[in-house]
Design a protein around this ligand. Structure first.
Ligand code: AMP
Length: 433
Protein backbone atom coordinates (compact mmCIF):
# COMPACT_ATOMS: atom_id res chain seq x y z
CA UNK A 1 0.00 0.00 0.00
CA UNK A 2 1.27 3.47 -0.91
CA UNK A 3 -0.03 6.91 0.02
CA UNK A 4 -1.08 7.41 -3.58
CA UNK A 5 -3.35 4.38 -3.40
CA UNK A 6 -5.14 6.02 -0.47
CA UNK A 7 -6.43 8.63 -2.90
CA UNK A 8 -4.83 11.66 -1.30
CA UNK A 9 -4.70 15.08 -2.91
CA UNK A 10 -1.57 15.90 -4.95
CA UNK A 11 -0.18 18.65 -2.68
CA UNK A 12 -0.32 16.27 0.29
CA UNK A 13 1.40 13.48 -1.64
CA UNK A 14 4.10 15.93 -2.62
CA UNK A 15 4.63 16.97 1.00
CA UNK A 16 4.80 13.35 2.18
CA UNK A 17 7.38 12.64 -0.44
CA UNK A 18 9.38 15.64 0.76
CA UNK A 19 9.19 14.19 4.29
CA UNK A 20 10.61 10.93 2.98
CA UNK A 21 7.51 8.90 3.81
CA UNK A 22 7.16 6.13 1.28
CA UNK A 23 4.59 3.83 2.87
CA UNK A 24 1.87 4.42 5.42
CA UNK A 25 2.43 2.88 8.84
CA UNK A 26 -0.23 0.34 9.98
CA UNK A 27 -2.26 2.93 11.85
CA UNK A 28 -2.21 5.22 8.82
CA UNK A 29 -3.16 2.44 6.45
CA UNK A 30 -6.13 1.52 8.59
CA UNK A 31 -7.30 4.95 9.73
CA UNK A 32 -6.97 7.09 6.61
CA UNK A 33 -9.68 5.29 4.56
CA UNK A 34 -12.10 5.35 7.53
CA UNK A 35 -11.57 9.06 8.01
CA UNK A 36 -11.76 9.92 4.34
CA UNK A 37 -15.07 8.04 4.34
CA UNK A 38 -16.35 10.55 6.91
CA UNK A 39 -16.67 8.19 9.88
CA UNK A 40 -15.58 8.82 13.46
CA UNK A 41 -12.55 6.95 14.75
CA UNK A 42 -11.43 5.42 18.01
CA UNK A 43 -7.68 4.88 17.75
CA UNK A 44 -6.05 2.77 20.43
CA UNK A 45 -2.45 3.55 19.78
CA UNK A 46 0.54 5.19 21.33
CA UNK A 47 2.83 7.93 20.08
CA UNK A 48 5.53 6.58 17.80
CA UNK A 49 3.16 4.65 15.57
CA UNK A 50 2.64 7.47 13.09
CA UNK A 51 -0.56 8.51 14.83
CA UNK A 52 -0.22 12.23 14.08
CA UNK A 53 -0.10 11.69 10.34
CA UNK A 54 -2.93 9.13 10.65
CA UNK A 55 -5.25 11.93 11.72
CA UNK A 56 -3.42 14.90 10.21
CA UNK A 57 -3.35 13.70 6.61
CA UNK A 58 -7.08 12.95 6.20
CA UNK A 59 -8.02 16.20 7.94
CA UNK A 60 -5.76 18.17 5.61
CA UNK A 61 -7.13 16.28 2.63
CA UNK A 62 -10.75 16.97 3.53
CA UNK A 63 -10.10 20.63 4.30
CA UNK A 64 -8.10 21.05 1.11
CA UNK A 65 -10.88 19.55 -0.98
CA UNK A 66 -13.51 21.76 0.63
CA UNK A 67 -11.66 24.99 1.09
CA UNK A 68 -12.03 28.20 -0.80
CA UNK A 69 -8.55 29.62 -0.49
CA UNK A 70 -9.73 33.02 -1.59
CA UNK A 71 -11.99 33.36 1.43
CA UNK A 72 -11.26 36.55 3.33
CA UNK A 73 -10.86 35.10 6.76
CA UNK A 74 -10.03 31.56 7.79
CA UNK A 75 -12.29 29.94 10.36
CA UNK A 76 -11.25 27.12 12.68
CA UNK A 77 -12.48 23.99 10.92
CA UNK A 78 -10.31 21.42 12.66
CA UNK A 79 -9.37 21.26 16.33
CA UNK A 80 -6.78 18.98 17.94
CA UNK A 81 -6.68 18.85 21.74
CA UNK A 82 -3.57 17.32 23.26
CA UNK A 83 -2.25 17.22 26.85
CA UNK A 84 1.17 18.88 26.72
CA UNK A 85 2.69 21.87 25.02
CA UNK A 86 5.49 19.73 23.59
CA UNK A 87 2.96 17.48 21.90
CA UNK A 88 0.96 20.48 20.73
CA UNK A 89 4.04 22.05 19.15
CA UNK A 90 4.98 18.81 17.45
CA UNK A 91 1.51 18.25 16.08
CA UNK A 92 1.57 21.80 14.76
CA UNK A 93 4.90 21.09 13.06
CA UNK A 94 3.45 17.95 11.49
CA UNK A 95 0.43 19.82 10.11
CA UNK A 96 2.77 22.46 8.72
CA UNK A 97 4.95 19.80 7.09
CA UNK A 98 2.17 17.66 5.61
CA UNK A 99 0.12 20.69 4.61
CA UNK A 100 2.86 22.91 3.24
CA UNK A 101 1.54 22.82 -0.34
CA UNK A 102 -2.13 23.06 0.57
CA UNK A 103 -2.29 26.70 1.63
CA UNK A 104 -3.99 25.66 4.88
CA UNK A 105 -2.96 27.46 8.04
CA UNK A 106 -2.57 26.11 11.55
CA UNK A 107 -1.69 27.59 14.89
CA UNK A 108 -0.80 26.17 18.28
CA UNK A 109 -2.03 27.46 21.64
CA UNK A 110 -0.83 26.30 25.07
CA UNK A 111 -0.55 27.63 28.62
CA UNK A 112 2.48 28.85 30.53
CA UNK A 113 3.16 31.73 28.17
CA UNK A 114 1.45 35.06 27.55
CA UNK A 115 -1.61 34.77 25.37
CA UNK A 116 -1.00 37.85 23.20
CA UNK A 117 0.73 36.19 20.26
CA UNK A 118 -1.70 33.28 20.28
CA UNK A 119 -4.66 35.65 20.26
CA UNK A 120 -3.14 37.56 17.34
CA UNK A 121 -2.67 34.35 15.38
CA UNK A 122 -6.30 33.43 16.00
CA UNK A 123 -7.46 36.88 14.98
CA UNK A 124 -5.52 36.50 11.74
CA UNK A 125 -7.60 33.41 10.95
CA UNK A 126 -6.55 29.75 10.99
CA UNK A 127 -7.97 26.55 9.53
CA UNK A 128 -6.52 24.15 12.08
CA UNK A 129 -6.12 24.82 15.78
CA UNK A 130 -3.92 22.67 18.01
CA UNK A 131 -4.42 23.31 21.72
CA UNK A 132 -3.83 22.14 25.24
CA UNK A 133 -7.10 21.99 27.22
CA UNK A 134 -6.57 24.76 29.81
CA UNK A 135 -5.52 27.50 27.39
CA UNK A 136 -8.20 26.45 24.93
CA UNK A 137 -10.94 26.86 27.53
CA UNK A 138 -9.44 30.13 28.62
CA UNK A 139 -9.42 31.60 25.14
CA UNK A 140 -12.87 30.16 24.40
CA UNK A 141 -14.24 31.86 27.52
CA UNK A 142 -12.67 35.13 26.42
CA UNK A 143 -14.38 34.79 23.05
CA UNK A 144 -11.22 34.33 20.96
CA UNK A 145 -12.10 30.83 19.76
CA UNK A 146 -15.33 29.92 18.05
CA UNK A 147 -16.46 26.38 17.22
CA UNK A 148 -19.13 27.59 14.80
CA UNK A 149 -17.36 26.30 11.70
CA UNK A 150 -15.73 23.25 13.25
CA UNK A 151 -15.88 20.09 11.14
CA UNK A 152 -13.17 17.83 12.63
CA UNK A 153 -12.17 17.33 16.26
CA UNK A 154 -9.32 15.20 17.56
CA UNK A 155 -8.84 14.29 21.20
CA UNK A 156 -5.27 13.06 21.43
CA UNK A 157 -3.68 11.02 24.25
CA UNK A 158 -6.95 10.83 26.18
CA UNK A 159 -5.51 8.60 28.91
CA UNK A 160 -2.77 11.09 29.58
CA UNK A 161 -5.33 13.89 29.78
CA UNK A 162 -7.05 11.89 32.49
CA UNK A 163 -3.74 11.32 34.32
CA UNK A 164 -2.98 15.00 34.23
CA UNK A 165 -6.36 15.93 35.69
CA UNK A 166 -7.80 17.50 32.53
CA UNK A 167 -10.96 15.44 32.54
CA UNK A 168 -13.25 18.31 33.61
CA UNK A 169 -11.76 20.68 31.07
CA UNK A 170 -12.22 18.05 28.38
CA UNK A 171 -15.84 17.47 29.30
CA UNK A 172 -16.46 21.22 29.12
CA UNK A 173 -14.82 21.38 25.69
CA UNK A 174 -16.80 18.39 24.38
CA UNK A 175 -20.03 19.99 25.59
CA UNK A 176 -19.37 23.03 23.38
CA UNK A 177 -18.62 21.14 20.17
CA UNK A 178 -21.12 21.47 17.32
CA UNK A 179 -23.22 18.30 16.95
CA UNK A 180 -22.40 17.85 13.28
CA UNK A 181 -18.72 16.98 13.17
CA UNK A 182 -16.19 14.23 12.59
CA UNK A 183 -14.68 13.08 15.88
CA UNK A 184 -11.41 11.28 16.42
CA UNK A 185 -10.44 9.89 19.79
CA UNK A 186 -6.96 8.55 20.51
CA UNK A 187 -5.73 6.84 23.64
CA UNK A 188 -2.86 4.45 24.30
CA UNK A 189 -4.90 2.61 26.92
CA UNK A 190 -8.63 2.18 27.40
CA UNK A 191 -9.52 2.16 31.12
CA UNK A 192 -13.20 2.49 32.07
CA UNK A 193 -13.22 6.29 32.38
CA UNK A 194 -11.70 6.62 28.93
CA UNK A 195 -14.26 4.27 27.37
CA UNK A 196 -17.00 6.42 28.90
CA UNK A 197 -15.41 9.59 27.64
CA UNK A 198 -15.02 8.16 24.14
CA UNK A 199 -18.74 7.30 24.10
CA UNK A 200 -19.57 10.92 24.93
CA UNK A 201 -17.53 12.15 22.04
CA UNK A 202 -17.92 9.63 19.23
CA UNK A 203 -20.88 9.01 16.95
CA UNK A 204 -20.82 6.26 14.35
CA UNK A 205 -17.23 5.18 14.78
CA UNK A 206 -14.75 2.51 13.78
CA UNK A 207 -12.00 1.27 16.01
CA UNK A 208 -8.36 0.81 15.04
CA UNK A 209 -6.05 -0.84 17.54
CA UNK A 210 -2.30 -0.90 17.19
CA UNK A 211 -1.09 -3.19 19.93
CA UNK A 212 1.80 -2.12 22.13
CA UNK A 213 3.50 -5.46 21.41
CA UNK A 214 3.80 -4.44 17.80
CA UNK A 215 5.72 -1.36 18.79
CA UNK A 216 7.89 -3.03 21.38
CA UNK A 217 8.59 -6.57 20.36
CA UNK A 218 9.12 -6.01 16.69
CA UNK A 219 11.19 -2.91 16.61
CA UNK A 220 12.88 -2.08 19.87
CA UNK A 221 15.64 -4.23 21.21
CA UNK A 222 15.44 -4.43 24.93
CA UNK A 223 17.62 -5.38 27.85
CA UNK A 224 17.55 -5.15 31.62
CA UNK A 225 20.43 -4.68 34.06
CA UNK A 226 20.04 -5.73 37.64
CA UNK A 227 21.74 -2.98 39.58
CA UNK A 228 21.53 -1.60 43.09
CA UNK A 229 19.94 1.80 43.51
CA UNK A 230 23.24 3.27 44.66
CA UNK A 231 25.09 1.99 41.62
CA UNK A 232 22.65 3.26 39.00
CA UNK A 233 24.56 6.52 38.39
CA UNK A 234 27.81 4.62 37.85
CA UNK A 235 26.21 2.19 35.43
CA UNK A 236 24.61 5.06 33.51
CA UNK A 237 27.91 6.95 33.29
CA UNK A 238 29.62 3.77 32.14
CA UNK A 239 27.08 3.17 29.37
CA UNK A 240 27.15 6.78 28.22
CA UNK A 241 30.92 6.87 28.13
CA UNK A 242 30.87 3.90 25.81
CA UNK A 243 28.52 5.67 23.41
CA UNK A 244 29.48 9.34 23.42
CA UNK A 245 28.00 10.00 20.00
CA UNK A 246 24.55 8.52 20.53
CA UNK A 247 21.43 10.51 21.44
CA UNK A 248 20.20 9.03 24.68
CA UNK A 249 16.94 9.70 26.47
CA UNK A 250 17.03 8.78 30.16
CA UNK A 251 13.76 8.32 32.03
CA UNK A 252 13.37 9.19 35.66
CA UNK A 253 10.21 8.53 37.65
CA UNK A 254 10.43 11.83 39.52
CA UNK A 255 11.40 15.43 38.76
CA UNK A 256 13.79 15.48 41.69
CA UNK A 257 15.36 12.25 40.47
CA UNK A 258 15.84 13.75 37.00
CA UNK A 259 17.71 16.72 38.47
CA UNK A 260 19.89 14.39 40.53
CA UNK A 261 20.83 12.34 37.47
CA UNK A 262 21.85 15.48 35.58
CA UNK A 263 24.00 16.54 38.54
CA UNK A 264 25.75 13.16 38.70
CA UNK A 265 26.40 13.19 34.97
CA UNK A 266 27.69 16.73 35.20
CA UNK A 267 30.14 15.66 37.91
CA UNK A 268 31.35 12.92 35.57
CA UNK A 269 31.86 15.48 32.78
CA UNK A 270 28.84 14.39 30.73
CA UNK A 271 26.63 17.23 29.57
CA UNK A 272 22.95 16.56 30.08
CA UNK A 273 19.75 18.50 30.72
CA UNK A 274 16.50 17.61 32.44
CA UNK A 275 13.00 18.34 31.27
CA UNK A 276 10.04 18.09 33.58
CA UNK A 277 7.05 20.05 34.80
CA UNK A 278 9.04 22.22 37.23
CA UNK A 279 11.31 23.56 34.49
CA UNK A 280 10.31 26.77 32.78
CA UNK A 281 8.82 26.61 29.33
CA UNK A 282 11.92 28.32 27.94
CA UNK A 283 14.29 25.86 29.64
CA UNK A 284 12.28 22.90 28.33
CA UNK A 285 12.16 24.21 24.80
CA UNK A 286 15.87 24.98 24.84
CA UNK A 287 16.83 21.52 26.15
CA UNK A 288 14.52 19.81 23.68
CA UNK A 289 15.77 21.96 20.79
CA UNK A 290 19.42 21.24 21.62
CA UNK A 291 18.65 17.54 21.91
CA UNK A 292 16.83 17.44 18.58
CA UNK A 293 19.65 19.33 16.89
CA UNK A 294 22.18 16.87 18.30
CA UNK A 295 23.95 19.58 20.33
CA UNK A 296 22.94 17.84 23.53
CA UNK A 297 23.41 14.08 23.59
CA UNK A 298 21.73 13.20 26.86
CA UNK A 299 18.27 14.30 27.92
CA UNK A 300 16.77 13.23 31.23
CA UNK A 301 13.00 13.36 31.34
CA UNK A 302 10.00 12.44 33.41
CA UNK A 303 7.22 10.52 31.71
CA UNK A 304 4.85 13.41 31.26
CA UNK A 305 7.49 15.74 29.83
CA UNK A 306 8.80 13.05 27.49
CA UNK A 307 5.50 12.33 25.80
CA UNK A 308 6.13 15.15 23.37
CA UNK A 309 9.60 14.14 22.39
CA UNK A 310 10.00 13.13 18.79
CA UNK A 311 13.62 12.84 17.82
CA UNK A 312 14.59 11.17 14.58
CA UNK A 313 17.89 9.66 15.63
CA UNK A 314 17.11 8.57 19.13
CA UNK A 315 19.10 5.37 19.37
CA UNK A 316 18.90 4.57 23.04
CA UNK A 317 16.34 4.92 25.80
CA UNK A 318 17.45 4.21 29.34
CA UNK A 319 14.87 3.46 31.98
CA UNK A 320 16.84 4.66 34.97
CA UNK A 321 13.83 3.77 37.08
CA UNK A 322 11.36 1.13 36.06
CA UNK A 323 7.84 2.53 35.93
CA UNK A 324 5.27 1.06 38.29
CA UNK A 325 2.61 1.34 35.59
CA UNK A 326 3.57 -1.20 32.95
CA UNK A 327 2.03 0.68 30.07
CA UNK A 328 4.38 3.55 30.78
CA UNK A 329 7.24 1.23 29.88
CA UNK A 330 5.71 0.72 26.45
CA UNK A 331 5.36 4.47 26.02
CA UNK A 332 8.92 5.03 27.06
CA UNK A 333 10.54 2.51 24.80
CA UNK A 334 8.29 3.74 21.99
CA UNK A 335 10.40 6.91 22.01
CA UNK A 336 13.05 4.94 20.17
CA UNK A 337 12.25 2.68 17.25
CA UNK A 338 9.78 5.26 15.95
CA UNK A 339 7.80 4.54 12.80
CA UNK A 340 10.17 2.64 10.59
CA UNK A 341 13.33 3.02 12.65
CA UNK A 342 14.75 0.59 15.18
CA UNK A 343 16.21 1.35 18.56
CA UNK A 344 17.41 0.03 21.87
CA UNK A 345 15.87 0.35 25.31
CA UNK A 346 17.84 -0.58 28.41
CA UNK A 347 16.32 -0.72 31.85
CA UNK A 348 17.90 -0.53 35.28
CA UNK A 349 16.14 -2.68 37.80
CA UNK A 350 16.91 -2.59 41.51
CA UNK A 351 15.55 -5.03 44.03
CA UNK A 352 12.42 -3.02 44.80
CA UNK A 353 11.61 -2.75 41.13
CA UNK A 354 11.60 -6.49 40.41
CA UNK A 355 7.81 -6.77 40.74
CA UNK A 356 7.47 -3.97 38.16
CA UNK A 357 9.68 -5.91 35.79
CA UNK A 358 7.46 -8.96 36.09
CA UNK A 359 4.35 -6.86 35.42
CA UNK A 360 5.96 -5.29 32.36
CA UNK A 361 6.95 -8.65 30.94
CA UNK A 362 3.41 -9.87 31.43
CA UNK A 363 2.01 -6.87 29.58
CA UNK A 364 4.37 -7.08 26.62
CA UNK A 365 4.12 -10.85 26.68
CA UNK A 366 7.82 -11.10 26.26
CA UNK A 367 10.86 -11.76 28.42
CA UNK A 368 13.20 -8.79 28.46
CA UNK A 369 16.72 -10.15 27.88
CA UNK A 370 18.96 -9.95 30.93
CA UNK A 371 22.15 -8.06 30.27
CA UNK A 372 25.44 -9.66 31.19
CA UNK A 373 27.03 -9.15 34.55
CA UNK A 374 28.69 -5.84 35.03
CA UNK A 375 30.81 -4.28 37.71
CA UNK A 376 27.87 -2.35 39.15
CA UNK A 377 25.74 -5.38 39.57
CA UNK A 378 23.00 -5.55 42.16
CA UNK A 379 24.68 -6.03 45.49
CA UNK A 380 21.54 -5.43 47.49
CA UNK A 381 20.76 -9.06 47.85
CA UNK A 382 19.64 -12.25 46.29
CA UNK A 383 18.45 -12.46 42.76
CA UNK A 384 15.79 -15.06 43.13
CA UNK A 385 14.92 -17.50 40.45
CA UNK A 386 11.78 -15.59 39.50
CA UNK A 387 13.97 -12.80 38.25
CA UNK A 388 15.55 -14.91 35.61
CA UNK A 389 13.88 -14.70 32.25
CA UNK A 390 11.49 -17.51 31.46
CA UNK A 391 13.28 -20.21 29.54
CA UNK A 392 10.73 -20.35 26.82
CA UNK A 393 9.35 -17.03 25.72
CA UNK A 394 5.74 -16.67 26.69
CA UNK A 395 3.08 -16.20 24.17
CA UNK A 396 2.80 -16.77 20.47
CA UNK A 397 3.80 -14.77 17.46
CA UNK A 398 6.75 -12.57 16.73
CA UNK A 399 7.31 -11.59 20.31
CA UNK A 400 8.29 -15.18 20.89
CA UNK A 401 11.18 -14.78 18.51
CA UNK A 402 12.76 -12.61 21.10
CA UNK A 403 15.57 -10.55 19.76
CA UNK A 404 17.95 -11.79 22.43
CA UNK A 405 20.52 -9.11 23.06
CA UNK A 406 20.33 -5.51 22.06
CA UNK A 407 22.44 -4.00 19.35
CA UNK A 408 25.68 -5.80 18.69
CA UNK A 409 26.98 -5.54 22.24
CA UNK A 410 27.20 -1.81 21.86
CA UNK A 411 25.50 -1.07 25.09
CA UNK A 412 26.87 -3.86 27.18
CA UNK A 413 29.05 -3.28 30.17
CA UNK A 414 32.74 -3.58 29.33
CA UNK A 415 33.17 -6.39 31.76
CA UNK A 416 31.03 -9.36 31.47
CA UNK A 417 32.32 -10.53 34.79
CA UNK A 418 31.79 -9.25 38.23
CA UNK A 419 35.09 -7.52 38.81
CA UNK A 420 34.23 -6.41 42.29
CA UNK A 421 37.25 -6.94 44.53
CA UNK A 422 34.92 -7.45 47.43
CA UNK A 423 33.75 -10.87 48.41
CA UNK A 424 32.76 -12.88 45.39
CA UNK A 425 29.08 -12.51 44.98
CA UNK A 426 27.67 -15.91 44.31
CA UNK A 427 24.28 -14.40 43.62
CA UNK A 428 25.29 -12.40 40.63
CA UNK A 429 25.99 -15.39 38.49
CA UNK A 430 22.43 -16.43 39.07
CA UNK A 431 21.16 -13.23 37.61
CA UNK A 432 22.22 -14.29 34.17
CA UNK A 433 20.65 -16.64 31.82
P1 AMP B 1 3.85 9.91 15.79
O1 AMP B 1 3.37 8.58 16.28
O2 AMP B 1 2.80 10.65 15.08
O3 AMP B 1 4.49 10.72 16.90
O4 AMP B 1 4.99 9.64 14.67
C1 AMP B 1 6.19 9.03 14.98
C2 AMP B 1 7.30 9.35 14.00
O5 AMP B 1 7.11 8.65 12.79
C3 AMP B 1 7.42 10.80 13.60
O6 AMP B 1 8.80 11.12 13.64
C4 AMP B 1 6.92 10.86 12.17
O7 AMP B 1 7.57 11.88 11.45
C5 AMP B 1 7.27 9.49 11.65
N1 AMP B 1 6.36 8.98 10.62
C6 AMP B 1 5.01 9.04 10.63
N2 AMP B 1 4.49 8.43 9.55
C7 AMP B 1 5.52 7.94 8.83
C8 AMP B 1 5.63 7.20 7.61
N3 AMP B 1 4.55 6.82 6.92
N4 AMP B 1 6.85 6.90 7.16
C9 AMP B 1 7.93 7.26 7.88
N5 AMP B 1 7.92 7.95 9.02
C10 AMP B 1 6.73 8.30 9.52
Amino acid sequence: MTFKELGLAEPILKALEAEGYTHPTPIQEQSIPILLGGKDLLGVAQTGTGKTAAFGIPILHQLYEGISLSQTKRKVKALVVTPTRELAIQIGESFTAYGKYTGLRNTVIFGGVKQGKQVNALRGGVDILIATPGRLLDLMNQGFVSFKDLEHVVLDEADQMLDMGFIHDIKKIIAKLPPKRQSLFFSATMPKDIVELSRKMLGDFERVTIKPEQATAEKVEQGVYFVSKGNKPKLLIHLLEQQPKESVLVFSRTKHGANKIVKKLDQAGIRAAAIHGNKSQTARQKALGDFKDGKLKVLVATDIAARGIDVDDLSLVVNYDLPNVSETYVHRIGRTGRANASGTALSFCDKEERPYLRDIEKLINQAIPRMPEHQFTDEDGEVDKDDRPPRTPRGPGKSGKNKTRPGGNNFRGKNNRNTSKKKPNRNTSKSND
